[in-house]
Design a protein around this ligand. Structure first.
Ligand SMILES: C[S@@+](CC[C@H](N)C(=O)[O-])C[C@H]1O[C@@H](n2cnc3c(N)ncnc32)[C@H](O)[C@@H]1O
Length: 264
């Protein structure tokens, strides 16, 4: 189990879809348009949200591989997607980058994954991408910014503490958290890739109440683990933020970035 349950991934799916930067998807489509028998490998696929967001926007008949280490998420992805004959499913632990099945793959895609990863893993990934001349579309990596239209005096401190937690080990060694996109850009630029980065924020208002509630409730444990603020202070802040969701003109922005790196 990965700790990412399908209900949370289902809740964030529409916000992720709206947030993805269209221009990068168009660039990816243009890059693939001259190719025949295109192959994409989506790593950390969860229930298949990258496939759902991209497949209809890419040219030709793309062959997809969906890869994750969590059997339950892979099973759900297969249940939702398998009627499409051009998708294969693969269980693999990304800590083992050397045996990642990249043979014939034109582009690796990954959504909401690299902010969980360590610099060492990104370096190993960049080496493999460079040696196979494979592109990378790395979308929706958290960039460290959270902003609420209705402020609270502790917002900045809470976001700083959450960002500290984002840099702790998420199963790959010390995580890059908000530095993931900059790290990938540096590693891939130095290996000769052409790199484009764009913002892809979640913008949530009253129409995204369930996602905002789940996001706030998901902050509780990381904030307690960092243990700089008392439990009562954290609960007080969470109570205020949950109350503010229902106020007029209330909104929340969570920053992400998308990256497209193509071999030149
Ligand atoms: C935040 S979720 C994103 C899922 C999906 N890409 C999406 O956007 O909905 C991170 C994904 O990475 C997967 N993951 C975490 N650690 C992994 C590992 N060591 N090997 C393979 N996949 C892993 C999780 O199972 C989960 O599906």
């Amino acid at each position: 189990m990965s700790g990412f349950d399908k209900d949370w991934l289902g809740l964030r799916g529409p916000a992720d879809r709206a947030a993805r930067h269209d221009g990068l998807v168009d660039d990816l489509a243009r890059y693939l348009s001259d190719m025949k028998d295109t192959r994409i490998l989506d790593i950390g696929c969860g229930t298949g949200s990258t496939w759902r967001a991209l497949n209809d926007r890419l040219p030709g008949a793309v062959h997809w591989g969906l890869l994750d280490h969590d059997p339950l998420l892979l099973e759900e992805a297969e249940r939702r997607i398998s009627a499409n004959g051009r998708v294969g499913f693969c269980r693999h632990d990304l800590n083992d980058i050397n045996t990642l099945p990249l043979k014939g793959v034109d582009v690796v895609t990954a959504s909401a994954l690299f902010d969980l990863c360590s610099e060492r893993l990104c370096e190993a990934m960049a080496d493999r991408l460079a040696s196979t001349l494979c592109g990378l579309y790395a979308a929706l990596n958290y960039n460290g910014i959270m902003h609420w239209s209705i402020p609270h005096a502790l917002d900045e401190q809470i976001v700083d503490l959450f960002n500290q937690h984002q840099r702790t080990d998420k199963g790959f060694g010390p995580a890059l958290g908000p530095d993931a996109t900059a790290c990938l850009a540096r590693l891939l630029t130095t290996r000769g890739f052409s790199v484009r980065i764009e913002e892809s924020p979640w913008r949530m208002d009253a129409g995204s109440t369930a996602l905002q509630v789940a996001l706030l409730n998901g902050l509780r444990q990381p904030l307690l683990e960092i243990s700089e603020l008392s439990e009562a202070t954290i609960e007080g802040w969470l109570g205020y933020r949950l109350w503010a969701i229902g106020e007029p003109d209330s909104s929340c922005m969570v920053g992400h970035t998308d990256l497209l790196a193509l071999p030149v």
